[in-house]
Design a protein around this ligand. Structure first.
Ligand code: PBG
Length: 351
């Protein structure tokens, strides 16, 4: 501050005299490397490319249908035929993979989430349709019951409790249904104990040796999933919360224990979720295991950026790019983000 004040007063002096008077005795000046765009580019430690993006999309019944998700401006649910257009867009933008999430007809939801095991359910129809048209596009899908249960939980509910082992038995079946429909990556997002090992065993025993498991290894019981639950229609029905199976935001070491179990059980890739509030966890998981580690910039994170941008309070595009780069810096190999198409378009324009 005083330097700026002094510079103002002495404006009439020649620049050299001014500099001499003010010069600090510094040999190292980190600002030198930041003096111009070319230099900043040269010394940049991390870079975001479209190769780092996974685009989560929502599905709905019907034909030629796109439904806006109110709490996620710019995000839509696609009917299966429209999801093909999204897949086409992903291919054009060179986004490597989609993650598919169904908004199941409420009439098909029941206490056991049995629609999850219907080989012709919404997500399976989208998987086969997209795979047929775009075999080179990676397709991931969640293994969890929440889009299918009438109570909105990821597992089977009995006397107010989520049953672990009984749920795992159903999740194993769900993973097989998804694999048969052509999914490339199953992503258990349910946080039951022992599900990764059980799913791996069943996939292998049924000829799906190549199906990858992206484990939501450190998934926190977070309020930032609110808009997602709107999008898949489980907010209205959710009874209670998910704190008996999803992780406590207070814990960091526990994330490493969760991840260690999933690694042992055969996870190919790990995921940390949510993203920005959990960068420390992302860093620790990547450091500890060195496995491909993904991060999920969840619906609430997207909604916050969009809401502030819509109000003119932040620059939405810049916040999008800065947050995505922050994930790279914290060790993410890839990022699930609703910004994927927008970020990919921006990256394509800039290169
Ligand atoms: C389902 C699931 C959730 C998300 C991904 N898979 C919600 C939840 O666990 O309640 C959240 C993603 C987001 O908020 O964008 N198990």
């Amino acid at each position: 501050m005083p330097l700026i004040g002094k510079a103002k007063v002495e404006r009439i002096q020649p620049a050299s005299a001014r500099n001499d008077a003010a010069r600090l005795d510094l040999t190292t000046r980190p600002r030198r490397n930041r003096k111009a765009a070319w230099s900043r580019k040269l010394v940049a430690e991390n870079v975001l490319t479209t190769d780092d993006l996974v685009w989560p999309i929502f599905l709905c019944d019907g034909e030629r249908k796109r439904e806006a998700v109110a709490s996620m401006p710019g995000v839509e649910r696609y009917s299966v035929d429209e999801s093909l257009r999204a897949a086409e867009q992903a291919m054009k933008l060179k986004i490597p993979a989609l993650a598919l999430f169904p908004n199941t007809d409420p009439a098909l939801r029941d206490a056991n989430g049995s629609e999850a095991l219907n080989p012709n359910n919404l997500v399976c129809r989208a998987l086969t349709t997209i795979k047929r048209e775009f075999p080179d596009l990676g397709l991931a899908a969640d293994v969890a019951l929440d889009p299918y249960t009438s109570h909105g939980h990821d597992g089977l509910l009995e006397d107010g409790k989520i049953l672990n082992d009984e749920t795992v038995a159903v999740l194993v079946e769900q993973a097989l249904v998804l694999a048969n429909a052509g999914v490339d990556v199953v992503a258990p997002s349910d946080m039951m104990d022992g599900r990764v090992g059980a799913i791996r065993k069943a996939l292998d025993a049924n000829g799906h040796v190549e199906t990858q498991i992206l484990s939501y290894a450190a998934k926190y019981a977070s309020c930032f999933y609110g808009p997602f639950r709107d999008a898949v229609g489980s907010n209205a029905t959710l009874v209670g919360d998910k704190r008996t199976y999803q992780m406590d935001p207070a814990n960091g070491d526990e994330a490493l224990r969760e991840a260690a179990l999933d690694v042992e059980e055969g996870a190919d890739m790990l995921m940390v979720k949510p993203g920005l509030p959990y960068l420390d966890i992302l860093w620790r998981v990547k450091e500890a295991f060195g496995l491909p580690t993904l991060v999920y910039q969840v619906s609430g994170e997207y909604a916050m950026i969009e809401a502030a941008a819509k109000n003119g309070w932040i620059d939405g595009d810049k916040a999008m790019m800065e947050s995505l780069l922050a994930f790279k810096r914290a060790g993410a190999d890839a990022i699930l983000t609703y910004f994927a198409p927008r970020a990919a378009e921006k990256l394509a324009r800039e290169h």
